[in-house]
Design a protein around this ligand. Sequence first.
Ligand code: PLP
Length: 454
Amino acid sequence: MPQLEVQPCPDAEGPSHLFYLSSLRRPVVDRAEGIYVWTTDGRRFIDGSSGAMVVNIGHSNLNVLNAMKRQMEKATFAYRLHFQNEPAEELARDLARQLPQGLNRIFFVSGGSEATESCIKLARQWAVATGRSKRWKVITRFPSYHGSTLGSLSVTGDDALAETFTPIMRVMPTVPAPTVWRDRDTISIEQQGLRYADTLEEKILAEGPETVLAFIMEPVGGAATAALVAPDSYYPRVREICDRYGILLIHDEVMSGCGRTGKFLGGDHWNCRPDIVALSKGLGSGYAPLGALAAPMRLVEPLLASGGFQHSHTYAGNPLACAAGLAVLDEMHRLDLIANAAVMGDVLIDELKALQKRFPFIVDARGKGLLLGAEMVADPETLRPIDPARNGTQRLLDLAYARGLIIYGRKVKGGVEGDNFMVAPPMIITRGQVGEMIAIIGDSLDALAAELDL
Ligand code: PLP
């Protein structure tokens, strides 16, 4: 059975001074181009998850690199309390054009956690500025992932991530994520969607509507739910409920935004009208740390009239990061990558569904565009999960990694038990490359089935 070879960094002397999730030492990246990444030991990987669903337009895009170089030669930093800068202005204008009508006030940050946290602070400050100061609760879904700073973590539905930090943050109320694939209900899928949406109303009533500020959700799920898509009926019902109780709807599009799902926003598949949107990942596409929130003037004006948004990051609106973001958007349009994500997404989901037929332990394959995921269990009849001690998700990722393919997967504590994986290659992927990826996933699943007796 091929095992993952975790090699020490070839030129590293002694232990690394870096520390991340674990002490695991991965091969050292040498260069990256298109959908491929090469390591210093000469191996080539297909980046089947765009890093962590970041590199939407592919690695080493020359037009983006040149645009960044041009900006670097002008100014790499301009503090926003001292100067406006053109890339930030232009990027904000470009974004406003592509977002749902009215979401035309932009606040830039450097990543996804900062983006979701900024949404929450904006909502709260708006509430205080408009006489709604009793409203502070932000209802979220379980499982979910909205970031790892304390504010964004407070709305992240994952016991493993939250439990250590609960004494120093407020853990917010949750409603179940719409995991209809496992309910096997006799009611129609659309009725199921309504039932999940209605859990939001029940939660609002239980908490006291006058205390609820916002509801945060991903229109197409990311890491915590492996590309979970709700039934069509869910989205308008959630909007209706938020409107009924005067609650702001925050869409976390950090992973699903910027074209990845085959529309500019994941929520555009349902013509959603969120009040605030968080973006990151694909916005800078890995060329620069970049995130943003978008909100309508009606939410921003009361803040500006009462001393401004009480929120600030030194790198907010950094000209170099924004120049990268601007060039990324230009390339996305020049190469028609949103359309390619839709077309290649259709090819890839068909291939995943074919794998589902070949491997019955895959019980669901889903997603939108190139944000796709699949769910694995030990027994497809009863949905009995794979023995957690066997670490199904991680083994599959390792088996694919050993074969030169990077895919993504994460287990959430306290959520739906089970194992999943996500496939989300750069939006420049071709049909041939999809085939290359699927062949490796098939081989890896074969190896997983043999290893875990699936
Ligand atoms: N929100 C969502 C939906 C995400 O997927 C992530 C990261 O994976 C975040 C927020 C946090 O983003 P970052 O890791 O850039 O802070």
